[in-house]
Design a protein around this ligand. Structure first.
Ligand code: MLC
Ligand code: AMP
Length: 519
């Protein structure tokens, strides 16, 4: 019985976990959960999802489950039943969720009771139905059934990510591509069953799902999952001596540095001493400012390992586990990943020191944008995925220079589309036109800002208009897409072709920031 549910799975992840049955897989607010429990719970979820069917045959199943063992059980349960997992973010508003449920085509949404209200309208509008997490976990693991064979080429995961155009699109990874991404990182960063990672990242993006959660579970390590990021709690856990690995976006390190600085001088030394004992601390998803690298080194004795990746490709370039970690650089291509830099036209590989667009190949690459054949094709040049990021190789190490599109913003490690925000803002009656830009920010990497041409009849003060637009956006889009600053303008700056010149718009906020600081 146990055999068929646990050990004969065709999924590499599940086969690997069965070697660690007695060890602790996940620690959450309910306690410590061994691998055996995770295997059992995921088999029950798979049973509940399957009902009388032998295989979900790549049916997309959305889920909104709190960080913890239930999250992992539902994710694996969907996989073990042969479905495609579509993780939803608990903090997204209805319209954003509705887009993801509708676009993915999920007919079922596994959901914790407390999210029922948040998700209710979205699920209904998309014509899907709920399966409460509690009910999903009540599937019958003792039933003598064989879970389906799920081959590596089958679709596993849809993650929604913003592109330069339109609404977020679904990036589809297969079981094989996820396995390749995980194996690469486990090897490069020396994961073992002795590790314990402190997990604070959102669970609807690749950083939190693949790098932090799945690499830990693949290795037989323990994943300690916090409900959300809280600097004081993170410092307490980092300095406890229990944790060996930590991964975060630069904004989190900046907030942790601020938290350390706000701590009484007498307690700082304790925090610093404790954090020194970790084996590995990684930063990624956005550029790590050199001053943050240096300050973190001073506080904790750790040289943060900065790496570069993307939802579509997994991790591609990394500073080494052993060897020089160079501040301001993301290191060298990871094992099994091929990277090249091409010139603007894409016709020539650039020379050492010369900027070029990053293109990537390897077994970790995504399969497709969900139901978007044309966009999938357009993302490739030959068999190379074009990231749209620019880099240069200097002294053998890659340095990320920025992105080719001004319409993609990275804020707090989240990628957002300026055009998507503009479309939502243009629906507000007080706005005649607008341009959204990312403006450099020491805490958030970039801040979402908007230049607005107010409608003729609107006489609101800029501050009042900004508050109004924040509320308007918050109802429709994820909170990290909400504009943080606003400049009213008579008209938007445009070039001879009539296209808004975004660098000029960015400049309005940079100079405003300087004037504020000076004044
Ligand atoms: C929130 N706030 C912001 C903001 N987000 N202000 C400016 N810009 C933003 N982006 C404000 C809120 O309005 C609020 O203000 C205050 O900050 C606290 O909000 P919060 O939501 O409680 O913030 P916090 O929980 O501290 O969130 C910060 C964070 C979060 C850094 C923890 O943004 C985060 O989890 N980011 C990780 C994203 C991620 O995982 N990306 C990976 C993508 S995959 P007020 O006024 O109300 O106090 C990828 C590939 C790869 O990129 O390479 O990894
Ligand atoms: P996402 O589309 O959310 O997966 O975000 C991927 C993008 O994050 C990449 O295309 C880069 O622009 C950015 N990114 C990831 N890691 C780094 C890094 N270390 N330095 C600079 N940018 C990064």
């Amino acid at each position: 019985m146990k055999e068929s549910l646990y050990t004969t799975s065709s999924l590499a992840m599940v086969r690997s976990a069965s070697r660690f049955e007695g060890r602790v897989a996940i620690v959450d607010r309910h306690g410590a959960h061994p691998y055996g429990d995770l295997l059992g719970a995921s088999a029950r979820v798979a049973d509940a999802l399957l009902g009388e069917r032998p295989d979900l045959l790549e049916e997309p199943v959305a889920f909104m489950v709190q960080p913890g063992v239930d999250y992992a059980s539902v994710l694996w349960g969907i996989w073990r039943a042969g479905g495609i997992a579509v993780p939803l973010c608990q903090e997204h508003p209805g319209p954003e969720l509705e887009h993801m449920v509708r676009d993915s085509g999920a007919r079922r949404v596994v959901c914790d009771a407390l999210f029922g209200e948040t998700l209710g309208t979205a699920v209904e509008a998309a014509g899907a139905r709920f399966l409460p997490t509690k009910e999903a976990k009540r599937g019958d693991a003792a039933r003598r059934r064989r879970l389906p064979d799920v081959e590596p080429f089958r679709r596993a995961l849809i993650l929604y990510t913003s592109g330069s155009t339109g609404r977020p699109k679904g990036v589809v990874s297969t079981h094989g591509s996820l396995t390749a991404q995980i194996e690469t990182l486990v090897e490069a960063w020396g994961w073992t069953a002795e590790d314990r990672i402190l997990h604070v990242l959102p669970l609807h993006h690749t950083h939190g799902i693949v790098n932090a959660l799945l690499c830990a579970l693949w290795s037989g390590a323990t994943c300690e999952m916090l409900p959300r990021f809280d600097p004081a709690v993170v410092w307490e856990r980092l300095s406890s001596g229990d944790v060996s690995v930590f991964m975060a976006v630069p904004t989190i390190y900046v907030k942790l540095i601020a938290g350390w600085e706000d701590t009484r001088a007498s307690e700082r030394a304790t925090l610093s001493r404790g954090a020194r004992d970790l084996r590995l601390m990684v930063s990624g998803s956005a550029a790590l400012p050199t001053h943050a690298f240096e300050k973190w080194l001073e506080i904790t004795g750790h040289e943060l390992l900065e790496r570069y990746g993307m939802t579509e490709i997994g991790m591609a370039i990394s500073n080494p586990l052993d060897g020089e970690r160079r501040p301001g650089y993301v290191g060298v291509p990871l094992p099994g990943v091929s990277v090249r830099l091409v010139d603007e036209e894409g016709g020539r590989i650039t020379e050492e020191g010369e900027p070029g667009r990053i293109q990537v190949r390897g077994p970790g690459l995504f399969l497709e944008y969900w139901k978007r054949l044309e966009e999938t094709r357009a993302a490739y040049q030959d068999a190379w995925f074009d990231t749209g990021d620019e880099a240069a190789v200097e002294g053998g190490y890659y340095r990320i220079l920025g992105r080719t599109s001004v319409d993609i913003i990275k804020t707090g490690g989240y990628k957002v589309s300026a055009l998507e925000i503009e479309n939502v803002l243009r629906g507000h009656p007080a706005i005649s036109d607008c341009a959204v830009v990312g403006v450099p920010d020491p805490e958030w990497g970039e801040r979402v800002c908007v230049a607005v041409v107010p409608a003729a009849a609107d006489e609101r003060e800029p501050g009042e208009l900004l508050e109004e637009l924040k509320a308007w956006t918050e109802e429709r889009l994820a909170s990290y897409k909400v504009p943080r600053d606003l400049r009213p303008v008579v008209e938007l700056p445009r070039n001879a072709m009539g296209k808004v010149t975004k660098p000029e718009v960015q400049q309005m906020f940079v100079s405003k920031g300087r004037a504020d600081a000076d004044g």
